[in-house]
Design a protein around this ligand. Structure first.
Ligand code: RVP
Length: 498
């Protein structure tokens, strides 16, 4: 080509947003945005499909805050499908397919089930799904642990007649019944006495506590999950869809790959899976985005190499600085009405608005969320300070198999055919400061976005995308942007020096 260097690649630290005329108050802005063609989120944040970031706990917390979590795929198919199940059952107006127990199960088996699904009690049904009773903490309070192997559910449960509701009962009638009878769980039964759902007090409290939660048509939390396209990938797709997943991310380090496009078409074309939203990625060019749009994706995920734990750009010498990558991808996605997810490289809340103005509709976060309580992994203490482990999915730790646990992370980087000692890593293993629960962390991130929108004079995300303008800065400008010439003496909730 005449000009082998083409365009200049810019990233978050290369640009700032221009302040503009405004009559917007930060607290009044609306951060609702499009995750995919058919799914909206009230905060434009997505937690990364990484094994140190998103399992069910994080996905539940993210959806409650109004964003969404993408369950990582470095798990067996059953385990990942179970994670979807945990999120879908976590809370809603009504659980349509509640976990149940049979009358002849032992209390030890019941205890196992409750632990596995993190619930405090279960409806008891016979083989024909007819409701026999309910067994909760209350029934178990005076039973000695030593008797758990011996006693069976029917000996301890609260048996019929129970307070139940009819199929189709509305929210307020259900709340009235729960209050009137001072019970915590309301089984929903049909005319034949068959269990058809369960409504719990906890769900009512939760839905008041999290008014902006991301929910599906049945009031269940929305969740996404990552899949690949090698080996048993189709089995994974169908298991996740069966478990009720709302969005599948066909997840690879190079989304501009023929196999990737085939998988997108297959999911979109199969009557059993076509109703699920499909996100494709990652790409970092306009052509890559166009190929995904043409294959029929419902959102495009952008990012090759910006991740805080990623070494692709040094190991392979490949990538596009993230603001330019998002901007280029949006050129293909915008005209087609396909939302863009800016994945990786965000260091501070201000980067969210920069991503949106560059052309993203949501951003995916790894490092900024890995320090939260809800991310997998224990706290580590180093010199009296608390950290949590955070590693790339292309790090040695994530790509190596352990015991009989196979790594599904290898094929994200097209290295499924390499043995463990041949792996070419493209990521590192590290740690990030412990940040406590997600709630306050999300509050600071979204609060920063509110401030951006106020400065730009935008009441909504589409307005921000339309009005926002960049100024390119130099290294001196970046130095000026950060605190300088002062020693920090107190910790700020949303700033730490890198
Ligand atoms: P960050 O938020 O900057 O920590 O980046 C997270 C993103 O990095 C992920 O969503 C993923 O796209 C990418 N990633 C994950 N693992 C690796 C790697 O090992 N190279 N990169």
């Amino acid at each position: 080509p005449a000009d082998p260097f083409g365009m200049i690649g810019l990233t978050y630290d290369d640009v700032l947003l221009l302040p503009g005329e405004t009559d917007v108050v930060p607290s009044e802005v609306d951060t609702t945005s499009r995750l995919t063609r058919e799914l909206n989120v009230s905060i434009p944040l997505v937690s990364a499909a990484m094994d140190t970031v998103t399992e069910a706990r994080m996905a539940i917390a993210m959806a409650r805050e109004g964003g969404v979590g993408i369950l990582h795929r470095n798990l067996s198919i059953e385990d990942q499908a179970h994670q979807v199940d945990l999120v879908k059952r976590s809370e809603s107006g009504m659980v349509t397919d509640p976990v149940t127990v049979g009358p002849y199960a032992t209390l030890a088996e019941l205890d196992d089930l409750c632990g596995r699904y993190r619930v405090s009690g279960l409806p008891v049904v016979d083989d024909g799904d007819r409701l026999l009773g309910i067994i909760t903490n209350r029934d178990l309070r005076f039973v000695a642990r030593a008797d758990y192997e011996r006693l069976r559910v029917h000996e301890v449960m609260t048996a019929q007649p129970l307070v139940t509701g009819p199929v189709g009962i509305d929210r307020s009638a259900a709340a009235d019944l729960l209050a009137q009878h001072k019970v915590e769980k309301l089984p929903i039964v049909d005319g034949d006495g068959r269990l058809r759902g369960l409504i719990t007090v906890k769900d009512f409290v939760k839905s008041e506590q999290y008014p902006d939660a991301t929910k599906d048509g049945e009031g269940r939390l929305v969740v996404g999950a990552a899949v690949g396209f090698f080996g048993d990938a189709w089995e994974r797709v169908t298991a996740l869809v069966e478990a009720g997943v709302d969005a599948l991310v066909v997840d690879t380090a190079n989304g501009h790959a023929r196999l990737m496009l085939d998988m997108v078409r297959r999911i979109k074309g199969d009557p059993g899976t076509a109703h699920v939203q499909v996100i494709g990625g990652n790409i970092a060019t306009r052509e890559g985005a166009q190929a995904l749009v043409d294959a029929g994706v419902d959102a495009v995920k952008v990012g090759v190499g910006p991740g805080s734990i990623c070494t692709t750009r040094v190991v392979a010498g490949v990538g596009v600085p993230q603001v330019t990558a998002i901007h280029e991808a949006a050129k293909a996605c915008r005209p087609a009405g396909v939302p863009v997810i800016g994945d990786g490289g965000l260091q501070y809340s201000g980067d969210i608005a920069k991503a949106l103005v560059a052309g993203a509709d949501t951003v995916m976060l790894g490092g900024l969320l890995a320090g939260c309580d809800e991310s997998p992994g224990d706290l580590v203490f180093v010199n009296g300070k608390q950290f949590k482990r955070y590693r790339g999915m292309a790090s040695l730790g994530a790509m190596q198999s352990r015991g009989d646990r196979r790594s599904y992370s290898k094929d994200r980087y097209f290295q499924g055919d390499l043995s463990d000692d041949e792996i070419i890593t493209e990521g590192i293993e590290g740690q990030v400061p412990y940040r406590g629960p997600l709630g306050p962390v999300a509050h600071q991130l979204v609060g920063g976005l509110h401030q951006s929108m106020f400065y730009v004079g935008a009441r909504s995300v589409p307005e921000l995308q339309a009005r926002g303008r960049f100024v390119r800065i130099t290294a001196a400008g970046l130095k000026e942007s950060h605190p300088h010439d002062v020693q920090m003496v107190a910790e700020a909730p949303n700033y730490s020096a890198r």
